[in-house]
Design a protein around this ligand. Structure first.
Ligand code: PLP
Length: 389
């Protein structure tokens, strides 16, 4: 073989039988082959074989199976971002003439998808306050209502809807439930009869703020119903990213619990400050959803919001004065982040909608990282001193 040929047909290293790597390899290959066409068409190949990585890839499949198990379900589809997972769940379950229910208290790009983009395809929406039980019941009862997309806790104000009640109502009216479970995490809410869980794996899944990814999780049948659309739409997760997600997930529980402990301590610290009017964190006993969250959630999570006794300029000065908390909109990675809620999370809402969602220009959201708690409270302390002295 000429060396020009050799570099494209490189020597293969097969492991001896019984010799396995402790960490699974990354299958970067886009294509998979068989020695004969006959073998590629056999029962074994159709059931378990790989062909083209947009359709399926062993590394990504390993991640899908792990995510499904963490969420107490049978199957999952890994996609390129959290938003792609939301789009897949919506497009796979809605058709022209259908109606979707969404809540004001929802991640902003999800609202944009439902309010601005879905109507282009003839899919109508009703946006309600998540505490509007009567409105929910009335809209679920409509013939054309097919799906509800919701979060718990809600982004960014940390409201805690009663999941069991919402699911029971949806079931009664044949409405498909999609829970964006990004905040509560892959280990939470598995016991509820949710049809589809969607996750931004960019957050606690990857955990280090260096990978984008999404996951749709459900029963074997529900995931099978979406697979063709996912493969055809082509929003597949890259196997290199799947590998980093698998690595990140090894420390998932350690990180999630540390995020939660730190967020609890920060919430308690902020509750004592006279510059703070109100703290929104389900782990605080005076949070209206605390008892429900304590029953529903396994941990209270790493995100909290609070209102300062301040105007907008002073609020922005406080955010700018923070040194350890970087001003950015994400969450679930090792470092702490801060964001002005009305600017980052509420920009598409009318004044009435923002008021209903409790978003004010003095509202600040923290995504608490895994640093030492003393450094986090010291940073908040120095920012209070600098701005409110
Ligand atoms: N859902 C929630 C609750 C989020 O906070 C985010 C991102 O911040 C997403 C979905 C979208 O995730 P991604 O940025 O991976 O598309």
């Amino acid at each position: 073989m000429k060396k020009e040929t050799l570099v494209t047909h490189q020597p293969q290293v097969a492991l001896p039988k019984g010799n396995t790597p402790v960490v699974s390899p990354i299958y970067r290959s886009v294509k998979f082959t068989y020695p004969t066409i006959e073998a590629s068409l056999g029962a074994e190949a159709s059931a378990h074989g790989f062909d083209y990585s947009r359709d399926a890839n062993p590394t990504t499949r390993q991640l899908e199976l792990l995510a499904a198990e963490l969420q107490d379900r049978d199957d999952a589809i890994a996609v390129a971002t959290g938003m792609a997972s939301i789009w897949l769940a919506l497009l796979g379950n809605l058709a022209c003439g259908d109606r979707i229910v969404i809540f004001t208290e929802t991640y902003r790009p999800s609202r944009v998808a439902v309010r601005e983009l879905l109507p282009r395809f003839g899919i109508e929406f009703t946006m309600l306050g998540i505490e509007d039980r009567e409105g929910i019941e009335r809209t679920f009862a409509r013939e054309d209502t097919k799906l509800v997309l919701f979060e718990s806790p809600t982004n960014p104000m940390m409201l805690v809807p009663d999941i069991a009640e919402l699911v029971a109502l949806a079931k009664r009216h044949g409405v498909t439930t999609v829970l964006d479970n990004t905040f509560a995490g892959l280990h939470s809410h598995g016991r509820f009869e949710i049809d589809y869980y969607v996750h931004s794996m960019t957050k606690y899944g990857g955990g280090h703020g260096d990978t984008l990814g999404g996951m749709v999780i459900g029963s074997t049948e529900r995931i099978a119903a979406l697979r063709r659309l996912a493969v055809n739409m082509g929003s597949t997760m890259d196997p290199g990213v799947s590998f980093l997600m698998l690595r990140g997930l090894k420390t998932y529980y350690l990180r999630y619990r540390r995020h939660s402990e730190n967020a609890q301590a920060v919430a308690e610290f902020l509750s004592q400050r006279e510059e703070v009017e109100r703290v929104f964190y389900p782990g605080l006993p005076d949070h209206p959803g605390h008892a429900l969250a304590a029953r529903q959630m396994d941990d209270f999570g790493g995100v909290l919001s609070f209102d300062l006794r301040a105007d907008k300029a002073q609020t922005w000065a406080f955010i700018d004065a923070l040194e350890l908390f970087a001003t950015a909109a994400s969450l679930g990675s090792t470092e702490s982040l801060v964001s002005p809620v009305d600017l980052y999370q509420g920009g598409d809402l009318s004044a009435e909608e923002a008021a209903q969602a409790r978003i004010r220009d003095c509202t600040v959201r923290l995504a608490v990282g895994i640093e030492h708690i003393d450094d986090l409270t010291a940073d908040l302390e120095q920012a209070f001193r600098k701005v409110f002295a």
